[in-house]
Ligand binder design. Structure first.
Ligand code: SAM
Length: 242
């Protein structure tokens, strides 16, 4: 048995194992973008072509793998608690023959904060959906594992803008709660959104446009759905709006 096969046998499945995420690049997290913004703010970020990057909650590496391919002199580590997604990512890494990237099945809470230093730490689409404990650990990892000129990118949902998406999420969760499996919850929640979107005009109607855009966005991105996501224990998206 390989290490991954042994780990698969031992791992407790997460909701992301049952319903994996489609993992894409996010240009706003790219070290080149982060370094440019940091420079504009007077910082001296590490050279991008040999950067050391950590991604927390990397799913199957859709964001990190292209960076590793682009910067052969950089080193890239991604961790995620979904062994299925990590396994998918590892297969892609192997097929591309990349030697500068490691994807690890590891919980953020268990990530060792000593003896590792990174120039860029990325955590996209995670912070608002995890427990307070995991949120605290994300910030601790940024505090303790960033190089002196390092940059952390942590995305999160916040108000007032997130009220718009929160409404869609409430609609979908309302529908999903009557069904058992993640697959049927997702299908039913999407179905209700499609029904609403088809029932509301879009001409001169921001609500109709919102429904249509969200439906399209969810259709493009597989699991990415307000109904499938689990909120942080804060209830509303965290950190709390001020
Ligand atoms: C909403 S997805 C976002 C994936 C990707 N970063 C993106 O933006 O598309 C959240 C990811 O975080 C992972 N995750 C959630 N809690 C985690 C934890 N405690 N430790 C490690 N990964 C975690 C999930 O397995 C999932 O892949």
């Amino acid at each position: 048995m390989t290490n991954l096969q042994t780990a698969v046998a031992d791992a407790q499945p997460t909701s992301y194992d049952r319903t994996p995420y489609k993992s894409y690049p996010f240009c706003q997290t790219h070290p080149d973008r982060l370094a440019t913004i940091a420079s504009l703010f007077g910082l001296m970020p590490a050279p991008v072509h040999r950067c050391r990057v950590l991604e927390l909650g990397c799913a199957s590496g859709g964001n990190l793998i292209p960076m590793a391919e682009q910067f052969p002199d950089g080193t890239f580590l991604g961790i995620d608690s979904s062994i299925r997604q990590v396994g998918d990512g590892l297969r892609l890494v192997e097929s591309l023959g990349l030697g500068n990237i490691e994807l690890r099945h590891e919980d953020i809470v268990a990530f060792p904060v000593k003896g590792q230093e990174f120039d860029y730490i990325i955590c996209h689409g995670v912070f608002s959906w995890v427990s307070d404990e995991v949120q605290r650990r994300i910030l601790e990892i940024c505090r303790k594992c960033l190089a002196p000129a390092g940059i952390a990118y942590v995305s999160y949902n916040t108000y007032p803008g997130w009220h718009m998406r929160g409404m869609i999420r409430d609609i979908m969760r309302y529908r999903a709660r009557s069904f058992e499996t993640p697959e049927s919850q997702l299908a039913q929640a999407r179905g209700l959104l499609a029904f609403l979107s088809n029932s509301v005009r879009t001409e001169n109607n921001p609500y109709g446009i919102l429904l249509k855009n969200e439906l399209e966005s969810i259709g493009r991105s597989g699991r990415r759905s307000s109904a499938a996501g689990k909120p942080s224990s804060n209830g509303p998206p965290g950190p709390r709006p001020c």
